[in-house]
Design a protein around this ligand. Structure first.
Ligand SMILES: [Fe+2]
Length: 289
């Protein structure tokens, strides 16, 4: 039974089926009419055995990263290359500016491939900058499972997203202030970082042809007040617009991918090498079962 489907600040979880209740640490604390008498409860050992199962998780950068299996590495080891790269940015300062949910009629792998596809940016998202600026992006492979790219100087010619500049995340060196990082944390977290905003898309592959995306945009905590309300709104409008533009593209990719003709592989040497690495990761994960 799925116990909870929405984020919640309740002190206890109650199962809608038989009203068993659990503490937020998973301990079972309520079992109405356990032995058919009012106020009855299981003995301690039985109650402990019926507690919710713990899962490994780490909170970082506005995300809760969960591992349901036996990890080969700790979350700290996995995240180390990214923590190191982003060390000048104080991610403790994240303030949630806005979030949204998208339902996309496409396979999750296309969602990732589109995210790693820097070639489409000026064509599908012309507002982010001219096509001539697109080749500025560099492929970056931080680790086997952290793949993406970087605009070292921001997307050249890119319009400012907000009239009032947003404060940056702490003491970011001048040389990194225009940098935009775009990474997939394999398998299902997609992150963008600039000096003054951070965006996460965590997605759920709910069916072979359906993915639910949860998108969140963060700004610096000093930009949480009313004086930055317009800037936050302008920034999030731009970022949501970009994602809105990708949804119909993804759905057309999904329909195209259903054709046997799509089995021909046309990954390009100059644009698609990060995607090629992603496909190798997927293939390896499938082989491992
Ligand atoms: Fe896109």
């Amino acid at each position: 039974m799925v116990l909870s489907e929405e984020p919640s600040t309740r002190k206890r979880l109650r199962c809608p089926y038989h009203y068993w209740t659990y503490e937020v640490d998973g301990a079972l604390c309520g079992t109405p009419y356990w032995d058919r008498t009012k106020g009855s409860a299981p003995d301690d050992a039985t109650r402990d055995a019926l507690a919710l199962l713990p899962v490994r998780h780490t909170e970082w950068a506005g995300m809760v990263l969960v591992c349901l299996g036996e990890p080969e590495r700790s979350a700290d080891e996995t995240l180390a290359p990214l923590r190191e790269r982003w060390a000048p940015v104080d991610l403790e300062r994240l303030h949630l500016a806005a979030e949204d949910r998208y339902e996309v009629d496409a396979n999750w792998k296309l969602v990732v491939e589109n995210f790693l596809d820097f070639y489409h940016l000026p064509f599908v998202h012309p507002q982010v900058g001219p096509a001539a600026a697109a080749p500025d992006i560099e492929d970056v492979v931080l680790a086997d499972d952290i793949l993406g790219g970087c605009y070292p100087r921001g997307a050249a010619g890119k319009a400012a997203k907000t009239e009032t500049p947003l404060p940056i995340f702490g003491d970011v060196p001048a040389a990194l202030r225009d940098r935009q990082d775009i990474f997939c944390l394999f398998p299902n977290a997609l992150v963008f970082l600039e000096a003054d905003w951070f965006q996460v898309i965590g997605f759920e592959p709910v069916a072979a042809n359906r993915t639910v995306e949860h998108m969140a945009v963060f700004v610096d905590s000093s930009a949480s007040g009313p004086e930055f309300a317009d800037a936050r709104k302008a920034l999030t409008a731009v970022l949501f617009e970009v994602n809105d533009q990708d949804v119909p593209i993804l759905e057309r990719m999904q329909r195209g991918r259903s054709s046997p003709a799509a089995d021909r592989n046309h990954l390009l040497p100059h644009w698609d090498q990060v995607t090629a690495r992603f496909q190798v990761l997927v293939a390896a994960a499938l082989e491992e079962g």
